[in-house]
Design a protein around this ligand. Structure first.
Ligand code: NAD
Ligand code: IPM
Ligand code: MN
Length: 361
């Protein structure tokens, strides 16, 4: 039996609701695949601010570092939106990514045939879409300095963030992207704003240089505004997309919606070594928190990504993913992905149904 230490970070809003489902799934799959999990729950985000006035307590980061993988739900909420920056849930999440050096964020957007009707786009546009967004996660305008709100000479306030990338930062995310494309459809589209931004020109030049090492990958470039448009116009043109932190944040939410709901999209945040963090692309959905309405499938599919990319247990990952497909094929939905003729269940009941399916299969 393989044994793994998993740090669970339920966080805020719908976080604890969807995490409960994911943990149940992990336990059942573990039993079936002869894997044991030692769970350790820790505080992050608003929950941590309320408890210890720190969105990323040292204890939490240490626990994450000592585990084999980290499963995160979501952080944030109205209550903390007006707090100073160091007391914001988002600061905790960014600290976690920086603290574990998780520079590569894989965000797959795959249209499941069962959910074609849930997309806001026409079936012929989304059918068969299978995109991997490789988002740089520890650099760019999220982390560049200087940053802050400063007083100008005239005493006016001026907000500043800096979009910056070193060659080393571009190269390491570029390599992950080329290798990802190699294992997929062999096409990589790098998205930037090189027509305006110096940092993007350096990005484009480096990615172009790197491409000579990956002759089997067909490289293209798009400006981010065009890429956003193309994702909605004809998403099937994309295979793997590589882009900077902020552009990747935006484009992955667009890609998410192709699949029918952001409640379906998992992600993996990986570094060079050490544990990865596996989390849905969506946030804490404070508008539906505590109402048993959340779609737990992005969290469940993040468990599958954890098994596949974090723990190297592809058979267990396959089990989780195929249980999700069966659930959808049987017509069960949460409200965000409902369509005529489907059965809408709450978050908990979806979880219970999924467990039944796993136990049958
Ligand atoms: P959000 O992703 O939380 O919600 C956007 C919309 O999608 C809402 O209408 C919400 O109800 C819906 N939605 C999201 N996940 C869903 C799910 N699983 N099932 C059904 N519906 C779902 O984005 P937001 O409202 O802009 O942000 C809310 C908070 O979450 C903010 O504090 C933000 O900073 C934070 N956030 C956190 C993460 C994260 O923890 N990784 C990611 C994004 C946003
Ligand atoms: C995400 C979120 C985060 C980001 C926020 C909450 C810091 O939107 O994971 O996509 O911008 O990276
Ligand atoms: Mn986001």
């Amino acid at each position: 039996t393989q044994s793994y230490r998993i740090t669970l970070l339920p966080g805020d809003g719908i976080g604890p609701e969807i995490m409960a489902v994911a943990v149940d799934v992990l336990k059942v799959v573990g039993q079936q695949q002869n894997l044991t999990f030692e769970f350790n729950e820790a505080l992050i985000g608003g929950a941590a601010i309320d408890a210890v006035e720190n969105p990323l307590p040292k204890q939490t980061l240490d626990a994450c570092k000592q585990s084999d993988a980290v499963l995160l739900a979501a952080i944030g909420g109205y209550k903390w939106d007006t707090m100073p920056r160091h007391l914001r849930p988002e600061t905790g999440l960014l600290g976690l990514r920086a603290g574990l050096e998780l520079f590569a964020n894989l965000r797959p957007a795959q249209i499941l045939p069962q959910l074609i009707d849930a997309s806001s786009l026409k079936p012929e546009v989304v059918e068969g879409v299978d995109i991997m967004v490789v988002r740089e996660l520890t650099g760019g305008v999220y982390f560049g300095s200087p940053k802050g709100v400063f007083s100008t000479e005239t005493g006016e306030q001026r907000g500043v963030n800096t979009m910056a990338y070193t060659v080393a930062e571009i190269d390491r995310i570029g390599r992950v992207a080329f290798e990802t494309a190699q294992k997929r459809g062999g096409k990589l589209c790098s998205v930037d704003k090189a027509n305006v931004l110096e940092v993007s020109q350096l990005w484009r030049d480096r990615i172009t240089d790197l491409s000579s090492e990956y002759p089997d990958v067909e490289l293209s470039h798009l400006y981010v505004d065009n890429a956003a448009m193309q994702l909605v116009r004809w998403p099937k043109q994309f295979d793997t997309i590589v882009t900077s932190n902020l552009f990747g944040d935006i484009l992955s939410d667009i890609a998410a919606m192709l699949t029918g709901s952001i409640g379906m999209l998992p992600s993996a945040s990986l570094g060079a070594d050490g544990p990865g963090v596996f989390e849905p692309v969506h946030g804490s959905a404070p508008d539906i928190a505590g109402q048993d309405k959340a779609n737990p499938l992005a969290q469940v599919l993040s468990v599958a990504m954890m098994l596949r990319y974090g723990l190297d247990q592809p058979a267990a990952a396959d089990k989780v993913e195929s249980a999700v497909l069966t659930l959808l094929a049987q017509g069960y939905r949460t409200g965000d992905i409902q369509s005529p003729g489907t059965t809408v269940l709450g978050c908990k009941a979806i979880g219970e149904t999924l467990i039944q399916i796993l136990n049958q299969g």
